[in-house]
Design a protein around this ligand. Sequence first.
Ligand code: ATP
Length: 144
Amino acid sequence: KPGTGPDNVVVIGLGRFGGAVADSLVNLGHEVLGIDSNAHIVQDWSDRLTHVVEADATDTEAMRQLGVQDFSRAVVGIGTHLEASVLTVLTLAEIGVPEIWAKAISVKHGKILSSVGARHVIFPESEMGERVAHLITGRMLDYI
Ligand code: ATP
């Protein structure tokens, strides 16, 4: 079972978004438990994160066995698969993870994630689009 100190984060769904978050957290010195249901993805990440496990994050018992309830922070990078995204956030909330960050692909998706327990909802494409608009017009200072 991975360490669950204050610097540790669990990242679920190691696609482009979740993978980038996990990679950056490791580079910043955090311990990261990565979870993905795809064996190939787990294999790809096995030597890059502190621990990587193949599991279905909607399976409450599996998450409990991995000790996910002992983490204070979780990131859910599952996006396209709406049902898996919602059920994963619900599972994390039910087992008592307090700080859940979750990626949404639409406004309504984001509302569902908030209502089932995500404390922070991220919209990667629209947020980055907004940033780029400010960057290319030289108005980044207004934006910050
Ligand atoms: P991105 O754009 O960031 O690559 P995406 O929005 O297309 O990702 P998905 O493809 O739905 O998101 O999921 C991202 C990752 O989450 C995939 O690697 C997938 O295997 C994993 N995943 C999907 N469902 C589950 C689940 N129930 N439990 C664990 N991992 C899952």
